[in-house]
Each structure stands twice: as structure tokens, then as C-alpha cells.
Write a protein that binds this ligand. Structure first.
Ligand SMILES: Cc1cc2nc3c(=O)[nH]c(=O)nc-3n(C[C@H](O)[C@H](O)[C@H](O)COP(=O)(O)OP(=O)(O)OC[C@H]3O[C@@H](n4cnc5c(N)ncnc54)[C@H](O)[C@@H]3O)c2cc1C
Ligand code: FES
Length: 238
């Protein structure tokens, strides 16, 4: 289906918000995403993006430019049409005490965590390797333990600061090595852990196996159907 670009706001050089019309009557849960098709000839696969904000008539995305499709999307203008399918993936419906949950994001992984962060009572560690996300935190009024690999009060990786928090559950999204470190921590400390797994995707609707990830018992899970929020303790990150 086609939706219309309503607004685009750059929050830093390569990170922007894309707001588009929402003509479908549906509720989008944390974890669900949309896939966008660009007319670029050598990019035939649709590209997945988390819905960071869902309202009755509008969908908001937070996108980082990393290649041709995201570059193309970053050049869309108000009124342009977007070829999009939504909602995709399994939303997070588990009964969880968010006051006992630690959220952890690295880089653009923050897009998947934002839909969970409601009210004031949450614990969130955010790792901003290149120092690109300060305006994102401001725009969404997010309160985070903000860490940076080179400067800042909290110098280091997001995973270096987990011990500062008291929690039962972790929900993390970021680079694979971060997700793996979280699994090691969760297993050592007996924590429940949900990994939001954002690996490469192809059809987006369960038909191609392009998004399969291996579990530690040798089975494969399709992220686009059963994820992207997975039991992080079961994934084989090697
Ligand atoms: C369920 C899901 C939700 C996502 N949500 C968001 C989001 O909200 N905002 C956002 O900016 N991005 C998100 N992504 C990642 C996004 O889909 C990719 O960045 C995008 O497909 C890149 O397309 P491209 O043509 O611009 O880059 P490409 O030319 O395809 O790739 C450029 C570079 O980016 C790397 N790359 C490509 N896809 C991914 C990926 N999925 N994860 C990590 N690195 C990748 C490639 O290895 C390559 O180095 C999500 C991915 C998934 C699977
Ligand atoms: S992307 Fe095709 S099965 Fe998941």
C-alpha cells in the first residue's frame, strides 16, 4: 500500500524522523515494524523499520542512513508516496513488570526500545558510540544512563553499566555483540532476557527464510514472523 510523507525531521547528520500517513485501522504493538520498498533497481528487497510511534492517523519512524535505501528514504519530501507494508512481526504482549525491567540500546537499536518507554518510571541504558543521538533523547524526552565509548561521564559500552541497576528482566536492542554480552550476563545472573533482533531481512512475511536465526538447540527462528523480540537466552549469537 502507499502512504504519504507528512514530515521529515533530521535530528543529526544521518538520523531522521519520518512521519507518514496511516490509512490502515490497526494498533501497532512495541516490537512491530513496517517494511518499505524503494524504487531503486539494485535494492529489490523491502527494508524493515520499527514503528516508534503509532497514532490513529500517523506512523513515526526513526531511521539511520547506512546505505542506498535509507539514503533514498532520507531524501523523500512531504507529499511523496511510500510503498509500505505494516504491521509486521510479533508485538510484545507478555505480562511484564516494566518497573523491574532494564532496557538497553546501542545506536539505532534505540528505535525499537522507544515504544516501551512510557511514563517516568523506567531504567534505560543507552550507548551512543559516535555521539549522534543526543537530539533523539531530547526529542522523545528520554531519561537514560547515557554512555559513550570515548567521552562522557559514563565512558564505555552500555553493557558495562548493568550492575548499577536492580532488575529482573532485560530488553535489549543493538549490535549482535551487545546482544551476546547481555545473554552472557542474563545466564550468569539468572535474568529473563528479551533480545530485539534486527538482522538482515528479505520478504518480511515468513516466506523465504532470509531472516532465520539459529537457536542454541540447533533450531531456526524466523525473525519476521516470530520476532523481532525473541527469548535472548535461546539465541546462538556466534
Ligand atoms: C525488524 C527490524 C527493524 C529495524 N528497525 C530499524 C529502525 O527503526 N531504524 C533504522 O534505521 N533501521 C532499522 N533496521 C535496520 C534497517 O532495516 C537497515 O538499516 C536497512 O535495511 C539498511 O538498508 P540500506 O539499503 O540503506 O543499507 P544496505 O545497503 O542494505 O546496508 C548498508 C550497511 O548496513 C548494514 N545493514 C543492513 N541491514 C542491517 C540491519 N538490519 N542491521 C544492521 N545492519 C544492517 C549492512 O551490513 C551494510 O553494512 C531494522 C531492521 C530490522 C530487521
Ligand atoms: S524475511 Fe523472509 S522469512 Fe523472514
Amino acid at each position: 500500500m502507499n502512504e504519504k510523507v507528512l514530515e521529515k525531521i533530521f535530528l543529526s547528520k544521518n538520523i531522521f524522523l519520518l512521519k507518514i500517513s496511516k490509512s490502515k485501522d490497526c494498533k501497532i504493538l512495541p516490537g512491530q515494524f513496517a517494511s518499505i520498498k524503494t524504487p531503486l533497481k539494485d535494492k529489490i528487497l523491502r527494508r524493515p523499520f520499527t514503528v516508534v510511534k503509532d497514532s490513529q492517523k500517523k506512523l513515526t519512524f526513526l531511521i539511520k542512513v547506512v546505505g542506498d535505501s535509507t539514503e533514498y528514504i532520507s531524501n523523500l519530501k512531504k507529499g511523496d508516496l511510500v510503498d509500505i507494508i505494516y504491521p509486521l512481526g510479533k508485538g510484545f504482549e507478555e505480562k511484564t513488570d516494566f518497573k523491574r525491567t532494564l532496557f538497553i540500546a546501542g545506536g539505532i537499536g534505540i528505535a525499537a526500545i522507544i515504544p516501551f518507554l512510557r511514563g517516568k518510571d523506567y531504567s534505560f541504558i543507552f550507548g551512543d558510540k559516535e555521539g549522534e543521538y543526543e537530539n533523539v533523547l531530547k526529542y522523545f524526552s528520554l531519561k537514560a544512563l547515557y554512555c559513550h565509548e570515548k567521552k562522557n561521564k559514563f565512558k564505555g559500552f552500555a553493557t558495562d553499566f548493568i550492575n548499577r541497576f536492580d532488575f529482573d528482566i532485560m530488553i535489549g536492542c543493538g549490535p549482535k555483540n551487545m546482544l551476546k554480552t547481555l545473554k552472557d550476563y542474563a545466564q550468569k545472573n539468572g535474568k529473563k532476557y528479551f533480545a530485539i533482533y534486527e538482522e538482515v531481512m528479505a520478504c518480511g512475511v515468513g516466506l523465504c527464510n532470509g531472516c532465520s536465526v539459529k537457536t542454541q538447540n540447533g533450531d531456526y527462528i524466523k525473525i519476521c514472523k516470530e520476532g523481532p523480540i525473541l527469548n535472548g537466552n535461546l539465541i546462538d549469537y556466534e
